[in-house]
Design a protein around this ligand. Structure first.
Ligand code: BES
Ligand code: MN
Ligand code: ZN
Length: 511
């Protein structure tokens, strides 16, 4: 998997006009001409900055970029103004996009050092702003390039040093300011690395990221955090002993053996509560005998994005520390067609004893998750369960490609989750778990069937899972849309996005 070129981030105590860097960068909220820093730089450049802004009709919109040489008029070789949109809308994803676009530009022009003038949004927001800026830096320089063979694509990024100027008067930060800055940098880079790791797992072909490969990845993470994270991997024989009839049926058509992964993080002190994060880990979803058409199957290596999120988040959680006992659980398998594959009309017995008639082998995620949730509920006995799954196309129809569907009957818990997502800037929206729709899951020969009709497909999938969560406080997050993207933004190239990693980490580590 790709390593990102390391960039050191530091706090600069020089004023913008003194910074000796390849790129001096500042943000513009709309019209920049009234901004103090902009004016001082413009003045030092003899009005060249405002002139270029005018001729290139720079309006300070998010992602817009203005770049010019200083020709020795100030120590910085180049000045870059990055559009940041409307000041009041300068939310987390936009902050990330600004430094992401900046880092990409710096690499494009071969700059090794950048000094970034942090927009003044008040001392209270400064640490968060630094964290988001650092996240953007690492998220924006992510590239899944290991299968590109041209020399150009092998070129290492030039950017090595990223300095932040947070006090334009050029005063030295005091001890507590330095500490807060360092903590924000560590937090931002740790989170971004975990997101990029999830992206790698998602972007790798299904031939590489098999259930066994995901298990090996979880073990490698546990090894890096010896004493904090332990991992148990169950093979099909062990899963069969536990009665995971639904999970095993989905995986039985593949030559890649299924793996049930269970990672545990324990805090040094007595844990305040136990939280389970469950991820869907279908490493390839052909649909099974309810075979997907080729176009719908093309991208189905991403069907393990939930597993990638919960596994990758554990790495960051162990680095940052949590007061909770955290469990990451992923039932990993491949949904293929073969002489051994499960069929329509089969009746499966789940780990909790519920029998399920299969009327669509493409509704496989809920089968794997149902047993994973039963395992979590009965073996871990957690205070809370969250699951993350690329579960239904219906959720994408309902909410579009950028928003996750959140379903839960536990008001307090789901509100807490939604406000956490609000802080990280991951777009999530609640859907109702309307019990009347359960009618669709009635079977004439078993306790239930695995699929309803087209209408309300995201919700009937949620209702199916609720059967297994029972009374344990539980939140279901359908990430079928945002798990991968075909339209990039600076902090998010095409492909796997690592969606949910940031909110899982935030939930686990900010109490
Ligand atoms: N993995 C798919 C859902 C999916 C679709 C994820 C598009 C990402 C993008 C899931 O296993 C699936 O096939 N769901 C079916 C459910 C149906 C058979 C009830 C679907 O959405 O069509
Ligand atoms: Mn499917
Ligand atoms: Zn699937």
């Amino acid at each position: 998997m790709d390593a990102i070129g390391l960039i050191t981030v530091s706090q600069l105590s020089t004023s913008p006009l003194q910074a000796q860097v390849d790129v001096l960068a500042l943000t513009a909220f709309g019209d920049a001409s009234k901004d103090g820093v902009f004016k001082s730089i413009d003045q030092a450049l003899g009005g060249a900055l405002s002139e270029v802004a005018k001729s290139e009709s720079f309006e300070g919109k998010t992602g817009q970029l203005l770049s010019l040489h200083t020709h020795g008029k100030i120590p910085a070789k180049r000045v870059v103004v990055v559009g940041a949109g409307v000041r009041n809308d300068f939310t987390n994803p936009h902050v990330r996009d600004v430094t992401a676009a900046l880092a990409q530009h710096a690499n494009k022009v071969g700059a090794t050092s950048v000094a970034f003038v942090l927009p003044a949004l008040g001392a209270a927001r400064e640490a968060l702003l630094v964290q988001m800026a650092v996240e953007g830096l690492f998220l924006g320089t992510y590239k899944f390039g290991r299968y590109m063979t041209s020399d150009d694509s092998k070129k290492l990024p030039s950017l090595k040093a990223f300095g932040v100027i947070s006090d334009i008067k050029g005063k030295k930060p005091n001890a507590s300011q330095s500490k807060a800055f360092q903590a924000a940098v560590e937090r931002g880079s740790t989170i971004a690395m975990a997101i990029n790791h999830a992206r790698d797992l998602i972007n790798e072909p299904a031939a590489v990221v098999t259930p066994a490969a995901l298990a090996a990845d979880a073990q490698a993470i546990a090894k890096r955090h010896k004493g904090k994270i332990t991992v148990t991997v169950l093979d099909p024989k062990k899963c069969s002993e536990l009665g995971m009839g639904m999970f095993l049926a989905v995986g039985q058509g593949s030559d890649q053996e299924a793996r049930f992964i269970h990672m545990t993080y324990k805090p040094a002190k007595k844990a305040k509560k136990k939280v389970c994060f469950v991820g869907k880990g279908v490493t390839f979803d052909s649909g099974g005998y309810s075979l997907k058409p080729s176009q719908a199957m093309e991208d189905m290596k991403i069907d393990m994005s939930g597993a990638a999120a919960v596994i990758s988040a554990m790495d960051a959680i162990a680095t940052l520390g949590s007061e909770y006992e955290i469990h990451a659980i992923a039932a990993c398998c491949e949904n293929l067609v073969s002489g051994r594959a499960y069929k329509l009309g089969d009746v499966l017995t789940s780990m909790d004893g519920t029998t399920v008639e299969i009327n669509n082998t493409d509704a496989e995620g809920r089968l794997t998750l149902g047993d994973a949730i039963t395992y979590a509920r009965s073996k871990v006995q957690p205070d809370e369960i969250f699951d993350f799954a690329t579960l239904t196309g219906a959720c994408v129809i309902a909410l579009g490609p950028y928003t996750a569907g959140v379903m839960s009957d536990h008001e307090g818990l789901v509100r807490n989750w939604m406000s956490t997502a609000d802080r990280t800037g991951e777009d999530m929206w609640r859907l109702p778990l309307l019990s009347r729709l359960r009618e669709q899951l009635k079977s004439p020969i078993a306790d239930m069937r695995n699929t309803g009709d087209r209408n309300g497909g995201a919700i009937t999938a949620g209702l199916f899972l609720k059967t297994f969560a029972k009374d344990t406080p539980w939140v279901h997050v359908d990430i079928a849309g945002p798990a991968s993207t075909s339209s990039s933004r600076p902090s998010q190239p095409k492909g796997g996005t690592g969606f949910a990693v940031a909110t899982i980490i935030e939930y686990a580590t900010r109490h």
